[in-house]
Design a protein around this ligand. Structure first.
Ligand code: ASP
Length: 327
């Protein structure tokens, strides 16, 4: 009887793989930011692991940057739903809906959710020439010189923009600095290291090596408490610790397919993703940069979608309080 049920399930496609998928056509993972940045890095490391867990899957990275990630996300929302175009995006999937008056996609309606990939804390950093050596001096310096300084980010709706907005709002220095958008925080980091911009808040996956080499100065981490790893970041206070009551920001990345991608393809991709996220080499790479493994529940499509819905609700009032909208 049990064997009959198994057979019936396989015949109805319940457990079957999609016919012919992935085939020989490449699977593009769209990264909606510049190459060499933190989202790009997560996507490239993930693609290496996915090549092992989806046999025959020829994963390629496509950088479609601009408008805080919304151009790349729009491209995927409108792509052919055949499992050959995916999106790797971060908290922007939840924040842009409150930051933009008009978006070309609906985060909860226009995508299939494949699973959360990681959680990533952020770090508040400055150009090496800033005189401050700790957070308190840094904040005092901003207050004294704000009008002359600028803060870099990866476009309206990006994680760096959201973090900068929340921090400036918390210290009441919203008008003090000019915001400078880039196509990703890779080019923004180059400008910061060169001293062309003054401040940035970015994922630890992009900041850790730069802090370690002394190319940028770090002042605080954005998590509620101090970070346990990587060892270098243990020495930096959280923004709560330096007096910004209730400040807590951890961003995350998720994998998406366009709405309407066939269920068997989605199942195959989710299974491959879950196995990839358990790959010790991927876990080691992520943890070395401060990224955190997520719970099994958030690796499931339903858990991923419920989490994004909760994040949309959580960030809406915070973004509204911080002001500033894009069209
Ligand atoms: N870290 C960027 C952001 O602020 C994105 C990137 O370049 O990966 O959203």
């Amino acid at each position: 009887m049990k064997r009959l049920l198994v057979l019936a399930a396989a015949v109805t496609g319940l457990w079957a793989n999609a016919q012919g998928y992935p085939g020989s056509k490449p699977i593009a993972i769209v990264v909606p930011f510049a190459a060499g940045g933190p989202t790009d890095r997560v996507a490239r490391d993930l693609a290496v692991a996915l090549r092992k867990t989806l046999p025959g899957g020829h994963f390629v990275i496509e950088n479609v940057n601009g408008a805080g990630g919304t151009i790349g996300a729009t491209k995927v929302a409108k792509a052919n739903p055949d499992g050959h175009t995916l999106l790797l995006w971060h908290i922007g999937m939840a924040s842009t809906v409150s930051l933009y008056r008009k978006l070309q996609f609906k985060p909860l309606d226009d995508f299939e959710y494949l699973g959360i990939v990681n959680d990533v804390p952020m770090t508040l950093i400055g150009k090496p020439q800033l005189p401050a050596t700790n957070y308190r001096d840094f904040e005092n310096y901003i207050r004294a010189n704000g009008g002359k300084l600028n803060i870099a980010h990866a476009g309206l709706g990006s994680a760096s923009h959201l973090c900068g907005l929340m921090w400036q709002s918390a210290v009441n220095a919203k008008e003090a600095m000019t915001t400078i958008p880039f196509g990703g925080t890779a080019p923004a980091m180059t400008a910061l290291v060169a001293g062309q911009v003054d401040v940035m808040c970015d994922q630890t996956t992009n900041t850790t090596a730069q802090i370690e080499s002394g190319r940028v100065k770090a002042f605080a981490v954005t998590t509620a408490g101090r970070l346990a790893s990587p060892p270098l970041l243990k020495d930096y206070p959280s923004l709560q610790e330096v007096g910004l009551k209730g400040f807590s920001l951890t961003i995350w990345h998720g994998l998406y397919a366009p709405k309407g991608t066939p269920a068997p393809v989605l199942r195959q991709l989710n299974e491959a993703l879950k196995r990839a996220l358990k790959n010790p080499e991927l876990i080691r790479k992520q943890e070395a940069l401060g990224a955190l493994v997520v719970t099994d529940q958030r690796m499931e499509p339903a858990g991923h979608k419920a989490f994004v819905a909760a994040e949309i609700a959580k960030f809406k009032p915070l973004i509204e309080a911080a002001g500033k909208f894009a069209d």
